[in-house]
Unconditional design. Structure first.
Length: 318
């Protein structure tokens, strides 16, 4: 006995019998469109983002591409590309995909540059969606700070990072001349103040004082108390753990001393990869409704980050 399958015929038949049998409604509910997602860059974040994409019920990974494979990535025809690349490359790389009508998600983490980059990408994203700074800070922590301020408009919020490894700062430290390998650790002092310890493995002939000066003068480090330490190896030092404690003491209406806190301890690249993957879903949905442009997380409807319909998630979460 031979069977032939036609998705078009099945969909037509489902529409015909939709009102006549519950099976059709059940089938349609669990038949999800698979969002075509590509990974551009495959470092620490890319590795974990791949896991998140493969586990997403509504996504299909169409390819993993290296930094010099923009044309190949575009040719794969993804609907969303996750840019797992250093922050300073995002303003150069993202427009190439956006101009091709492909939405992008990145974890750009230079806080002071976000407004400028957002404006730049917004001007490029006329046929696609860019979700900028879609990590955990900036990113989901930004949403937490936004909600805390909505709950207590008057007051002060402190974001205390660490102790843990900062991926962005580590990438910058590694990029300096004379550095063979590096690890940047963020240590909380309190009230939103931090200090940084940067462990560097020097290349042969490199001088610690030159490397230290280059690191401390970089915008990533210039505002923090930074100590640069030369080590023979990062063995026993390297970690992917990080964390944050966000505290707000504010006023709700005329009621003072509203004390709120959010705390987490996490695997840094794993959480970043997951947030980017969830934002790929939001980028696809915004693009489908032709709401093109560049967004940060605080501008997104939160329900667009989740699989399933808005109605299902409202019923489950509200």
């Amino acid at each position: 006995m031979q069977f032939s399958f036609s998705l078009a015929k099945l969909q037509k038949n489902l529409r015909i019998c939709k009102k006549k049998c519950n099976f059709a409604a059940i089938f349609e509910k669990y038949t999800l469109y698979m969002i075509k997602v590509a990974l551009f860059g495959y470092g620490n974040i890319g590795h974990y983002a791949e896991q998140a994409i493969r586990l997403a019920p509504d996504m299909e990974l169409v390819g993993i591409f290296h930094h010099d494979e923009v044309e190949q990535a575009i040719a794969a025809k993804p609907e969303v590309v996750l840019l797992s690349i250093p922050s300073r490359e995002v303003p150069k790389v993202a427009p190439q995909f956006l101009q091709a009508g492909i939405s992008t998600v990145d974890s750009f983490d230079i806080h002071s540059d976000i407004p400028t980059v957002r404006e730049q990408l917004n001007g490029t994203a006329s046929r696609a969606v860019s979700i900028l700074s879609a990590g955990w800070d900036p990113g989901t922590d930004s949403v937490v700070r936004c909600m805390l301020e909505a709950m207590a408009p008057g007051g002060t919020t402190y974001t205390n990072f660490g102790p843990g490894r900062s991926m962005g700062h580590t990438v910058v430290a590694k990029s300096k001349a004379g550095v063979k390998d590096a690890l940047s650790m963020t240590l909380p002092v309190g009230n939103g103040v931090h200090k940084r310890e940067v462990y560097v493995v020097l290349e042969e002939g490199a001088l610690l004082k030159d490397v230290e000066q280059a690191i401390k003068q970089d915008p990533y480090f210039v505002n923090d108390d930074t100590k640069v330490i030369a080590v023979p190896s990062l063995d026993g030092i390297s970690t992917v753990q990080h964390g944050v404690l966000i505290e707000r003491n504010g006023v709700s209406g005329e009621t003072e001393n509203q004390q709120m806190a959010f705390e987490m301890t996490i695997n840094n690249p794993a959480l970043t990869g997951q947030v980017m993957t969830s934002c790929a879903r939001a980028a696809y949905r915004l693009a489908q409704s032709k709401q093109f442009g560049c967004y940060t997380l605080i501008e997104l409807p939160l329900v667009t980050l989740l699989p399933g319909t808005a109605e299902e998630n409202v019923k489950r979460l509200v």
